[in-house]
Structure formats: C-alpha cells, structure tokens
Design a protein around this ligand. Structure first.
Ligand code: ZN
Length: 162
C-alpha cells in the first residue's frame, strides 16, 4: 500500500504484533522513500449478509447495540456485552468462512445471551425468532426450565427478523 505521507509504493515492516483479541495483526511500517512510519491493521475478511442480500463487515459494536436493547433494565454490564460480542465473533470466525448470514450471527448471539440473562434472551429471541403468540413464549420458557444449560435455541421456526 502507498505511504500515506508521500504515496511511495514500498515500505518495510519494522514491527508486527497480534492485537489483544488475536484476530488482527498490527504492523508498523517504514516508507522506503521518506522514511516516515505508519501502521496497518490486517484482519481476515468477515462479512455478514443480511436478508436483503446486502453484505456488510462484521462489527462487534452492532452486536452490542442489538443485544443491549434486549438487556435494558437487566443486570448486564458493558463488560458482559463486550464479552458476548467477542464470543459471537469467535464462534463465527471458527467456521472459517469469509461470509456468514445474519441468521447465523443471530444464532451465535442466542447461545451466550441465554447464559448471560434469561429475560434478555427471551426478549431477543422473541424478536429475532418472530414469536407471535403467548404459546411461543411459553414454549421458550418451558425449554429454558427444562434445559437451563442447553445451548440450542428452543424455537426452530423460520426466522422473520434480521
Ligand atoms: Zn513516504
């Protein structure tokens, strides 16, 4: 890539280290022409394809803003949400694909959210899985009671929200 100062095309890497979460590499580069240094960040590409077909880069902050609505008034801290988002990213990246459906992201959210807070989980699942009747809630609550440790979503209907 070009030097941001003089647009020269060549630079050498003077330092290279993984970021804290291990999903990116930060490289310190020195321009071979002007000698100035700049930083690049290298991350494996990961896109989320929405139901509309539009792909956008995976973003932890989007996960957090989506889940935090379901967590309003619940004893869930910002750290909890950050850890949940990290777990979601790890789950998705472990599949090793460059593109995932929004649907898979939602499933990856349900599992850790269920562990974190069952009320928030029910709220999120009711929107994400399109609960329509009280029976849908009853089924989900029953599944929570029967299998508090189960990580599978209790409700397998076709999803209607992104
Ligand atoms: Zn330069």
């Amino acid at each position: 890539m070009f030097c941001p100062f003089c647009r020269h095309a060549e630079s050498r890497v003077v330092d290279s280290r993984a970021t804290e979460d291990g999903y990116s590499i930060r490289r310190r580069r020195q321009c071979s022409s002007c000698g100035r240094r700049f930083t690049t960040i290298e991350t494996a590409s990961l896109s989320v394809v929405k139901r509309s077909g539009v792909a956008e880069p995976f973003s932890r902050s989007k996960i957090i803003s989506g889940v935090s609505k379901a967590c309003q008034g619940r004893p869930v801290s910002e750290d909890d949400l950050a850890m949940l988002a990290q777990e979601v990213e790890e789950t998705i990246r472990a599949e090793g694909r460059a593109e995932v459906d929004a649907h898979q992201v939602g499933l990856a959210i349900l599992r850790p959210l269920r562990r974190l807070d069952q009320v928030a989980y029910l709220r999120f699942a009711s929107v994400y899985q399109g609960f329509e009747t009280l029976e849908d809630f009853e089924d989900a609550i029953k599944a929570l009671r029967e299998n508090p440790e189960t990580t599978l979503p209790p409700h397998q209907r076709t999803l209607s929200a992104t």
